[in-house]
Design a protein around this ligand. Structure first.
Ligand code: NAP
Length: 481
């Protein structure tokens, strides 16, 4: 691997401060070419158990440090990530496929959680409560929950880890992470830098492996684990929630979405198209907040579609490391076939194909930017999360009707509203049943704001003060005097 800092290329799991080999090997490949990038230690349930034991043993010392002491280690980690951002981005593009500029953006975004929570942990104040009884004094203190286990997906192999690990570590928790089998190299590179930053052995552990169900059972069922946090599909999230029930763990779930993107007749169409491109085509459409259903008012439909098609046509598919690439591959062939199947089904049911609709010659995991109009709400393409470079346009006439249609889904992660009318914008933002709503913007996720969904899109928040609260227990202390 061609990196400036070869220490970032790690092929063993990181448990209790040691790089640990396994009998089996897990192949990591470049989704753009299929080339083998690495064969890493294929961790399993036993490794996960050792990691949980290590995190449990490390907890008293780490949680016993002052917030300032923990912050100092985290800030060193943050600076090392910033110093190695080019290498980390390169590694990320190679194993995940996104264009290098997007990978650099993810590294900076991921690192920002570490910096911000290093600062925030110094403000974990409790309260003094006005007493109900003159002979008693009432306080609350905030204490770290304990051992935290995390399972993360392949679409953001760096940031989905830091978004969980940074607030957990800052709060005084110790952490075990299982990254997706497709993208373990970014996770292991983060461990190498955490080690260099001086994070004590056992505080942060990574167990990658092909048997995610076996590792997952340990992370969700071990009684020493106080909290489990997951980012991934709703289907797997439900299974893991059930597994956590046996030991009544605290849980955070960042799950799938089905984001509506509503373009009103009073929208600035150029702003709307730019926002739509950003939410729809970033990471080849493989983000949980990717627009799924684009509702356009009938009076501006043709103008919006023409402009969107022009921008989609201008995308440059290619290897993420090639200069000028703006569209990478999907993560694996299964994903490409799924998207293609949805397109074929929609066209067979009356949707109109305006662009794409086919595989690309760049490699077996590439799919053409695809634009469909005349889509109906009952089509699978409008009901399921797409996760590909496929834009799906539906028409509407009335505000009330589009709100009802936008909310008619079990998902509730992100929604988008395009309108220059402040009254309407406020009305619609409030009426949408989603955890996050962006108005006249396509990219909204930031360290300082709470990210998360409602309904079947999740439980809990990541980012901001809410993201930190997930890793504390509030203890009520009552003193008789
Ligand atoms: P996924 O299949 O649910 O996988 C996510 C993680 O769960 C991976 O680490 C996977 O490991 C692991 N996993 C799968 N089956 C498991 C099991 N039975 N037990 C334990 N772990 C298991 O999701 P994905 O397709 O990789 O990721 C895309 C999904 O994530 C989308 O639905 C997207 O919307 C969602 N997402 C949500 C957010 C958010 O913040 N709400 C952010 C990003 C992504 P292996 O890959 O090793 O099997």
């Amino acid at each position: 691997m061609d990196l400036n800092n070869n220490r970032l290329f790690q092929t063993k799991n990181y448990i209790d401060g040691q790089w640990c080999e396994s009998a089996g090997k897990l192949a990591v490949t470049d989704p753009a070419t299929g080339a083998l990038l690495a064969e890493i230690a294929d961790g399993g349930a036993e490794d996960a158990e050792r990691a949980v034991a290590a995190a449990h043993a490390a907890f008293p010392a780490w949680s016993g440090k002052t917030a300032a002491e923990r912050a100092a280690v985290l800030k060193r980690w943050y600076r090392l990530i910033a110093d190695n951002r080019e290498d980390l981005a390169r590694l990320l593009t190679l194993e995940q496929g996104k264009p290098l500029a997007e990978a650099l953006g993810e590294i900076d975004y991921g690192a920002s959680y570490i910096e911000w929570y290093a600062e925030e942990c110094r403000r974990a104040y409790g309260q003094t409560i006005p007493t109900h009884n003159p002979a008693m004094r009432l306080h609350t203190i905030r204490q770290p929950v304990g051992v935290v286990t995390c399972i993360t997906p392949w679409n953001f192999p760096n940031a989905m880890i830091t978004r969980k690990a940074a607030p957990a570590l800052a709060a005084g928790c110790t952490v075990v992470i299982k990254p997706a089998a497709e993208t373990p190299l970014s996770a292991l590179a983060l461990c190498a830098l955490a080690e260099e930053a001086g994070l004590p052995a056992g505080t942060l552990n990574v167990v990658a492996g092909s048997d995610s169900a076996a590792i997952g059972r340990v992370l969700t069922q071990d009684a020493r684990v106080a909290k489990f946090t997951f980012t991934g599909s709703t289907q797997v999230g439900k299974l893991l929630m059930a597994q956590c029930a046996g030991t009544v763990k605290k849980m955070s779930m960042e799950l799938g979405g089905n984001a509506p993107f509503i373009v009103f007749d009073d929208a600035d169409i150029d702003v709307a198209v730019t926002a739509c491109m950003a939410t729809k085509m970033r990471n080849a459409g493989q983000t949980c907040v990717s627009t799924n259903r684009i509702y356009v008012h009938e009076s501006v439909h043709d103008e919006f579609v023409d402009k969107l098609r022009a921008q989609m046509q201008a995308l440059r598919p290619g290897h993420g490391l090639e200069q000028g690439t703006t569209l990478g591959p999907l993560i694996f062939r299964r994903a490409v076939d799924r998207v293609h199947g949805m397109v074929e089904e929609a066209v067979a049911n009356g949707a109109r194909l305006l662009l794409g609709g086919d595989f690309l010659p760049n490699g077996e995991n590439y799919y053409a930017p695809t634009l469909l109009t005349e889509v109906r709400d009952d089509m699978r393409i409008a009901r399921e999360e797409i996760f590909g470079p496929l834009a799906v346009v539906l028409k509407f006439r009335e505000e009330g009707d589009v709100i009802r249609r936008a909310n008619d889904t079990p998902f509730g992660l992100a929604a988008y509203v395009m309108s220059e009318n402040i009254r309407r914008a406020n009305r619609v933002v409030e009426a949408l049943e989603y955890g996050m709503v962006a108005c006249n913007a396509g990219v909204f996720s930031t360290t300082v704001a709470p990210f998360g969904g409602i309904k079947e899109s999740g439980i809990g928040r990541e980012g901001g003060v809410e993201g930190m609260a997930e890793f504390y227990e509030t203890k009520y202390c009552c003193y008789g005097i």
